[in-house]
Design a protein around this ligand. Structure first.
Ligand code: 6R9
Length: 656
């Protein structure tokens, strides 16, 4: 298989090791040892070194109500003070905090002093509108300085923000506003991306229509494009009007370390989105610490994380981590392919970016673009400013890794493949650029202090070389605190009783037998193990759908099998009427042979079932959990209330 983890090892070049915050493997090992021998002391030391506390904590970890862990409980601090004021107080107010590049390429530089002034004024405007500590504020804004300021302003007054990605529909926005019981929405008239303006305010209007969100008292609108929008008198106010005349100072709200800094909704595979709740102290510690060690951020760096503030990566590695360290970062409004697919490379050259953090999917699409249009190949740009590259969000396949390393990083930049989740707040398993030897396709080793491990279904360690369930054994400072409004779901999702009190990440992983390096094999429900061969269900699905003359759609799940451990079961919707009898058998054989040819005989589905459709949620997600029951031939006992077409289950269960 082409995506086999590479055998190549890239040791960090001397230039990356020298002067790094964590320099060399001995330094990494020493940190791990320190955490192992005095876990609480380790985190306490770092929390004192990296953060400024209004009231120092005396208690480090409180596990008396596990899994509702508390960190630095009796300490008080403020996130916006840590991200802004303290740098200005240290005489660094003139330092550029944000280099904002708009859709059309125009650039705005915002210093720490400016960012603080804007945050303070908005904080005062929010207070004037009656927003108080603990209130929830929804932010539905484009990538902008104003978006970052909105988050910081909430943090300043102790309001808990919930950023909703600008691509979500009115219905999703409404669900989130309702679930959070938000009192106010910050939005923009329109967002501007790829030369097009997209409505945001009208989506807010639709979400709030018919008094569907009675907790909302106001909507503050940043004028981005000046496009025509609807207006509700008494509810809506322009951002520029709201901040005009506000006092230039605002005492930060010194909140307890456990105070909820934000909620961020993320989808489970079924049911309604979960409002992942994060803390103030523990979260900010890990945001700052991982930015410092994983990206080796220094004063001389220009850091660019291409994520949107609507996702956790944008929270931790745009709004909080880099600013907590007083760094300089690029914030980008647009898309990687506008005006052409050379935009990223052109921007790295223009802003002399030194640390670049993006997603494998972006890299893969830019590889494709460069293959068809030589003009947008990175070799046409001067990328010599780069010193560290990062990857996040999904496994990066070795071929994409190699291309990124060679063509973007010029063969000299370590790639940090950072594994983490919305729930973890920051990096969990990742190389450190001045220490860890890299293996393409592996996220390597746990961040110092993170007790990542691989266990079986009963929570017992599995030996290296054998796949299993990824867990984190000990609580860590930036972990999810609860699912907002649903503590039972939090416990059930992340702390199932059979796992000995370990945090369940929901991913499968395997450690290399020699190096102990971790490779994430994907969400537990998407990975199969057949005769000891690990395979992604997605891989088999794409092989099936690549049989374009026959297959319209396919879903693949595993079912227990006595001889092979797990057997592959494929559910297929054909581009022709559902076959039965001998015809079905013949087509099934044809498809098995097809998969064998595409991937290898080991990937041949043992069972192939045909249906007129697949069981899907109303949002269009295939419900693999149900398919697993069907594959096993057992009665479906799971909740099917979110299933669009329940009748399909019976049809898919039929043999031919
Ligand atoms: C930060 C973020 C989390 C899920 C996670 C895993 C996948 C993220 C990865 C990775 C392999 C990496 N994932 N980083 N898989 N290697 N470096 O993406 O958060 O949106 O919550 O997604 O993404 O499956 O469980 P989130």
């Amino acid at each position: 298989m082409s995506d086999k983890i590479s055998d190549k090892i890239y040791t960090p070049p001397q230039s990356a090791v020298q002067g790094a915050h964590v320099s060399g493997m001995a330094a990494y090992d020493a940190l791990c040892k320190e955490a192992e021998s005095d876990y609480e002391g380790y985190w306490a030391r770092l929390a004192r070194e990296l953060l400024s506390w209004k009231q120092p904590f005396t208690q480090v970890l409180n596990d008396s109500d596990a899994p509702f862990f508390k960190w630095f409980e009796d300490g008080r601090l403020n996130v916006s003070y840590n991200c802004l004021d303290r740098h200005v107080e240290a005489g660094r107010g003139d330092r550029v905090a944000v280099i904002f590049e708009a859709d059309d390429g125009s650039v705005t530089r915002v210093t720490y002093a400016d960012l603080l002034a804007r945050t303070v004024q908005l904080a005062n405007a929010l207070k004037a509108r009656g927003v108080k500590k603990g209130d929830r504020v929804v932010i539905y804004m484009p990538m902008s300085v104003e978006g970052v300021v909105a988050m910081q302003a909430c943090a300043r007054i102790g309001a808990t923000h919930s950023v909703v990605f600008g691509g979500f529909s009115a219905q999703s926005l409404r669900d989130r506003v309702q679930d959070a019981g938000a009192v106010l929405i910050l939005t923009a008239d329109e967002q501007q991306r790829g030369g097009k303006s997209l409505a945001l305010k009208s989506i807010v209007d639709e979400a709030l229509a018919d008094n569907s969100c009675p907790t909302i008292r106001g909507v503050i609108v940043y004028k981005r494009t000046g496009g025509a929008i609807g207006w509700v008198e008494g509810r809506d106010e322009w951002l520029h009007d709201a901040v005009a005349g506000q006092a230039p100072t605002c005492e930060p709200e010194w909140v307890e370390a456990e105070h909820p800094l934000f909620l961020l909704y993320t989808s489970g595979s079924t049911g309604k989105p979960k409002g992942v709740q994060h803390s103030t102290g523990g979260y900010l510690l890990h945001a700052a610490l991982t930015t410092k060690w994983t990206f080796d951020l220094k004063d001389s760096d220009i850091f660019w994380c291409t994520a949107d503030i609507g996702w956790v990566t944008g929270h931790t590695y745009i709004t909080y981590g880099p600013l907590a360290l007083g760094g300089t970062e690029v914030v980008f409004e647009s898309i990687p392919t506008y005006p052409d697919a050379g935009r990223f490379w052109q921007m790295i050259q223009k802003h002399q970016v030194t640390i670049f953090y993006t997603a494998p999917t972006a890299i893969r699409s830019l590889i494709k673009a460069a293959e068809t249009n030589a003009a947008v190949h990175p070799r046409n740009y001067d990328l010599s400013s780069l010193r560290i590259l990062g990857s996040v969000g999904e496994p990066i396949n070795p071929a994409a890794w190699e291309w990124y390393h060679q063509h973007v990083g010029g063969g000299r930049c370590p790639i940090v493949d950072t594994f983490w989740q919305t729930e973890t707040g920051g990096h969990m398993i990742t190389p450190l650029p001045g220490a860890t030897p890299l293996v393409p396709g592996s996220c390597t080793l746990p961040f110092p202090g993170i007790t990542a491990a691989i266990v079986d279904e009963t929570g017992n360690d599995v030996p290296n070389g054998q796949g299993g369930i990824l867990v984190v054994k000990k609580p860590w400072p930036s972990m999810i605190r609860t699912i907002y409004g649903d503590p039972e779901r939090f416990k059930k999702s992340y702390y199932p009783p059979e796992l000995k009190g370990y945090y369940l990440a929901g991913d499968g992983a395997i450690r290399d037998a020699q190096t102990g390096y971790f490779t994430i094999t994907g969400r537990i429900d998407d990975v199969l193990n057949v005769s000891g061969h690990r395979m992604g269900t997605m891989e088999i699905e794409s092989a099936l759908v690549s049989c374009t003359e026959l297959v319209a759609e396919a879903a693949v799940v595993g079912r227990p099998d006595d001889t092979t451990g797990e057997a592959i079961c494929a559910f297929v919707v054909l581009k022709r009427p559902r076959p039965s009898g001998d015809e079905a058998k013949a087509i099934a054989k044809q498809l098995r042979d097809w998969v064998a040819k595409e991937i290898g005989p080991i990937a041949k589905p043992k069972d192939i079932r045909f249906g007129d459709n697949l069981p899907k949620t109303r949002s269009g997600k295939i419900m693999r959990r149900l398919l697993r029951s069907v594959a096993k031939g057992e009665a479906v006992t799971q909740d099917t209330s979110t299933l669009e077409n329940p009748a399909i289950l019976e049809q898919l269960g039929q043999a031919y």
